[in-house]
Design a protein around this ligand. Structure first.
Ligand code: 9Z3
Length: 339
């Protein structure tokens, strides 16, 4: 615990906060206070992948896979169940409601036509779009959705920490639903080169001091090779559970590609961090099946699968497990009672 706190202190004193942190905190503070006043449950949904920049003026970065489907779809379910949602997502990844018409093989313009100089939605999409629009309009009218964004792992962690601490007074009416795909390794600021890494040795520069005391750049060229030597990201889940929001309901996701280790790793995370629920999924089957591992179920595993004959594409063309009719936000995240 002391080690985790020290790692947190080191991380946040070395890694500069994002430029929009103050603005995000102001928005989140007002949002949380308003919904706390109404005794509403508030969920922070994280979504999309975090990047690891290799240069301070970033041309190149390492990315984590996630389109944002799980996060954006789950956010809609939480909203439908009365939650206020802070949607902390990777910039330009999928958003609740608009996801039905974006990032598709078809452009959103394909849903419309020019009718005597007015833009109208095609007849075949009227009903579906009206349904989505009504839900979205109601959520906006009630001020129940706050959208914040990040790009890098550092931006993500700063936003997560600040928002979690603001949510602390909500106690068990605060939920954290951590679907974002978070980098495990990163380039610390003091080992990051300022400018674009050069492939041509003639132009290559290092950030090593002449006496050799400065650390070698974590991403650098050696001869004609690019060498990347990353450091571990501190295990922030520990800090979230123990320090930032100890009374909140915490749901984390575990993404693996090897089926033989998924459940083991989900149980390991639950034992290590002592939070409420780990939802495991495999990259190739994540849209059809997930496994729940929770303390309440005695660490037993519970698979939820969309039957093969129901794995049809939704009207948005995005098939999704959390979008299937029989799964509610309640099932996805052990809903606390409204107090
Ligand atoms: C997930 O496992 C998400 O379900 C997906 C969703 C990223 C697979 P898409 O956005 O995909 O629908 O395309 N998220 C991974 C969560 C993660 O990185 N967890 C970390 C960990 O277990 C931190 S809690 O260490």
């Amino acid at each position: 615990m002391a080690d985790a706190r020290q790692a947190e202190r080191d991380y946040f004193s070395n890694e500069p906060p994002p430029k929009d942190l103050t603005a995000n905190v102001t928005l989140a503070r007002e949002f949380i206070a308003r919904h706390d006043h109404d005794r509403r449950r508030v969920v922070l949904v994280t979504s999309g992948g975090t990047t690891v920049p290799l240069e301070a003026q970033t041309v190149r970065y390492i990315d984590n896979f996630s389109a944002g489907t799980r996060g954006a779809t789950s956010a809609e379910y939480f909203l439908r169940h009365g939650y206020a949602v802070i949607f902390l997502h990777r910039q330009f990844s999928l958003l609740p409601y608009s996801r039905h018409y974006s990032h598709n093989t078809r452009s959103f313009l394909d849903y419309m036509r020019d009718e005597d100089g007015r833009v109208v939605v095609d007849e075949q999409h009227q009903q579906d779009m009206l349904e989505v629009l009504r839900q979205y309009t109601q959520v906006k009218r009630e001020g129940r959705l706050l959208i914040l964004s990040f790009v890098t792992i550092t931006e993500y962690l700063w936003d997560l920490r600040e928002v979690a601490q603001l949510m602390r007074p909500l106690g068990p009416r605060a939920m954290f639903y951590l679907a974002a795909a978070v980098s495990d390794f990163f380039v610390p600021r003091d080992r990051m080169v300022e400018h674009k890494i050069q492939s041509n040795e003639e132009f290559a520069v290092t950030n090593e001091s002449s006496d050799g005391t400065a650390p070698a750049a974590a991403a650098r060229t050696e001869g004609r090779k690019l060498v990347i030597d990353l450091e571990p990201v501190p295990k922030f889940l520990k800090q979230l559970v123990d320090g930032w929001a100890p009374d909140g309901i915490i749901v984390s996701f575990k993404l693996e590609t090897d089926p033989s280790i998924l459940v083991k790793k989900a149980k390991y995370a639950l034992e290590k961090y002592s939070h409420h629920l780990v939802i495991g999924n495999l990259l190739n089957t994540r849209k059809w099946e997930v496994v729940f591992v929770s303390k309440m179920e005695g660490f037993s595993e519970k698979w939820i699968r969309v039957p093969a004959n129901r794995r049809t594409k939704s009207f948005s063309g995005v098939p999704s497990l959390v979008g299937s009719a029989d799964l509610s936000a309640k099932e996805a995240a052990s809903e606390p009672s409204q107090s």
